[in-house]
Design a protein around this ligand. Structure first.
Ligand SMILES: Cc1cc2nc3c(=O)[nH]c(=O)nc-3n(C[C@H](O)[C@H](O)[C@H](O)COP(=O)(O)OP(=O)(O)OC[C@H]3O[C@@H](n4cnc5c(N)ncnc54)[C@H](O)[C@@H]3O)c2cc1C
Length: 304
């Protein structure tokens, strides 16, 4: 496909300009174009090449979102927070079902184990309720197939369980999906947005935004190798979907309000014995945060 010079966009009027063609930007463009809005999706790099290509690739079912920062007995004193958590988990499960039904070819299904350890922060009965609640909130559309079994029974079918600490007396088994290539999902979504009428422009950076009466003026700069050019476009609405860079989009209107804060984390990739292939583990760390061993092709990666 011919790449037109950036200047061809000069003075074009859009209903919406979306900055960032990651998972959020591509999905927004698809939705908005489908609803008839004249949409421009911009990325300074390639589609899906930001955070969306660097995730742990799990189509997460949302157990961790149920975990509150306060003790269980305080739940009645935080009804709004708990309702939000339940609502969010239900939404996550709804989106999970939508993806499994719409894009099965982009997903791989894996068996995950949850080992029950004596010193665990969450009692087995609580974990049982948590998983069942997550399944119920999702309306059992794409079940987790959660069940708790004795270690002895589980070991017969899983070398991974057999290798766990002898203190683990029972495990839960459930099914999780992983994205084969999340960036590919972004590309497909962007192409679908284009089919619905959106204009997609990668290797184009937003270098300034300013408000002119009722409209926004957005300054664009060509970033493709050995290409140069500038253009201004106008839009009624600007969506800043720049992921971890939202605070760096020039004049994004944040009045020095920082939206992104950093947290430390690490994922370690290892090659485990062949018999462990395709199976994963989920547990909670001592800080009460979900912790995983993710299967990925011939490898596993371990992290939060
Ligand atoms: C370590 C890690 C593990 C994760 N694991 C999972 C997981 O297992 N499952 C899951 O569902 N989610 C996971 N996530 C979360 C998920 O990856 C993100 O929520 C998602 O990718 C965010 O997408 P985005 O579109 O907001 O951002 P991004 O994908 O980062 O997209 C932002 C885009 O904006 C562009 N951009 C920035 N500034 C400009 C500018 N000035 N002009 C033009 N373009 C610009 C960038 O080039 C980039 O492409 C994980 C995240 C991390 C960091």
């Amino acid at each position: 496909m011919e790449r037109l010079p950036l200047e061809t966009l000069e003075s074009q009027n859009y209903d919406v300009v979306i900055i960032g063609a990651g998972a959020v930007g591509c999905a927004s463009a698809r939705q908005l174009a489908g609803r008839g809005f004249k949409t421009l999706l911009i990325d300074r790099g390639d589609i899906g090449a930001g955070t969306s290509s660097r995730s742990s690739r799990m189509l997460y079912s949302g157990l961790g979102y149920l975990v509150a920062k306060y003790p269980l007995w305080q739940i009645p004193f935080h009804p709004h927070d708990m309702m939000q958590r339940l609502g969010y988990t239900a939404e996550v499960m709804r989106c999970r079902a939508e993806l499994v039904q719409e894009m099965p070819h982009h997903l791989t299904k894996h068996t995950f184990f949850y080992p029950f350890r004596q010193a665990d922060q969450y009692a087995p009965w609580l974990v049982n309720i948590g998983f069942k609640l997550v399944e119920g909130l999702g309306g059992w559309k794409v079940p987790l197939a959660y069940r708790r079994i004795d270690r002895e029974a589980a070991e017969k079918n899983s070398a991974l369980v057999a290798a766990l600490d002898p203190q683990v007396k029972s495990v839960a088994v459930f099914e999780e999906y992983m994205y084969a290539w999340p960036e590919r999902i972004c590309v497909d979504t962007a192409l679908d947005a284009e089919k619905r009428g959106a204009t997609i422009r990668n290797y184009t950076e937003v270098i300034g935004i300013n408000k002119i009466t009722e409209h926004w003026n957005i300054q664009l700069r060509e970033c493709a190798p050995e290409k140069h050019g500038l253009a201004n476009v106008q839009a009624k609405i600007v969506i800043n979907a720049a992921g971890p860079w939202v605070d760096f989009v020039p004049d994004a209107g944040g009045e020095n309000q920082k939206r992104i804060i950093g947290i430390k984390g690490i994922n370690v990739m290892v090659r485990l014995p062949e018999a462990f292939k395709g199976q994963g583990l989920e547990a909670f760390s001592r800080k009460g945060e979900p912790y995983y061993v993710f299967p990925w092709r011939d490898f596993h990666f371990i992290g939060p």
